[in-house]
Design a binder for this molecule. Structure first.
Ligand code: API
Length: 277
């Protein structure tokens, strides 16, 4: 991102992004530059950087590169997909469907009324291999110290998720400390996003997420998808599943294993800017 380059700030349930339009072939910033731009005092500030690159003519509207604020690359970002859909719809009035090529595969996005965006997040992939858990490493051993744990699961939405189902909502300290320890555990070859889930009396899922490469965020779209998919697959919930995070609600619809999973939620363009240094 060169000096005087324009950018757009967007957010989705408080998970915030800077979007760069690199469809002119500009290269993405390196990890050090990303960390500097992500700094909420001396930079612009964001959870993830989303860079748009040219799509293949007939299939995708654009290719998407995703980076966490620590400079690490990510293969999927559910909230980010809704933010990009919002940006493209502003750029191309009259269109309400787009196809984005992400490192995890093609993603269809649909702009709906009432400020909602619907995203086809593909099919969840369950199990240790899907999230890069070291073969032979027992999940129970890894999670022995987590208080009030009812169950746990591993789900990939193109990016890796460890989901802890708890009796009681987690404290902020548990999300911070246990989330930080587990998200960087050497037993996960590329790290992992860590979700702490409980069930509300209304059947909704209450979720707190410690994101890989970021830390605790107000909402994580792919984690909401992964958690809902795990509950549906184990019979603990029926589709559609309401997932409530501090930033707000996502609705996850997954009819079953042979079907793609759809996520619906808001996304908002906050401001456009120019980076001066
Ligand atoms: N931290 C994630 C990427 C962003 C996911 C999140 N912001 C979402 O909405 O899915 C990872 O390293 O896989």
């Amino acid at each position: 991102m060169s000096p005087n380059q324009s950018f757009t700030k967007l957010e989705a349930l408080g998970n915030d992004f800077v979007l760069l339009d690199h469809r002119d072939g500009q290269p993405d910033p390196g990890p050090e530059r990303i960390r500097a731009l992500a700094d909420r005092r001396s930079g612009i500030g964001f959870d993830q950087l989303l860079a748009l690159h040219p799509g293949t003519a007939d299939a995708d509207d654009c290719r998407v590169h995703i980076f966490n604020c620590d400079g690490s690359p990510a293969r999927q970002c559910g909230n980010g997909m809704r933010a990009i859909a919002r940006w493209l719809a502003d750029e191309q009035p009259g269109r309400d469907r787009f196809r984005l090529a992400t490192p995890a595969g093609a993603v269809e996005v649909e702009i709906r009324g009432d400020n909602q965006v619907r995203v086809n997040m593909g099919r969840p992939d369950f199990g240790a291999a899907a999230v890069g858990l070291e073969p032979g490493l027992a999940l129970n051993d890894l999670l022995a110290g987590i208080p009030g744990r009812l169950d746990a699961g591993l789900v990939s939405m193109g990016n890796p998720h460890l989901i802890l189902l708890l009796e009681q909502p987690p404290t902020a300290a548990l999300v911070e400390q246990a989330g930080s320890h587990l998200s960087r555990h050497a037993g996960f070859q590329d790290g992992v996003n860590v979700s702490f889930a409980t069930r509300g009396d209304d059947g909704a899922v209450r979720l707190r997420v410690h994101e890989r490469g970021v830390g605790p965020t107000p909402a994580c779209g792919s984690a909401a998808c992964a958690t809902a998919a795990l509950l549906i697959m184990t019979g603990a919930a029926k589709s559609p599943v309401n997932v409530d995070q501090p930033g707000g609600r996502l609705v996850i619809d997954w009819p079953g294993e042979e079907s793609p999973l759809w996520m619906t939620g808001p996304a908002r363009r906050v401001f456009d800017g120019t980076c001066l240094t």
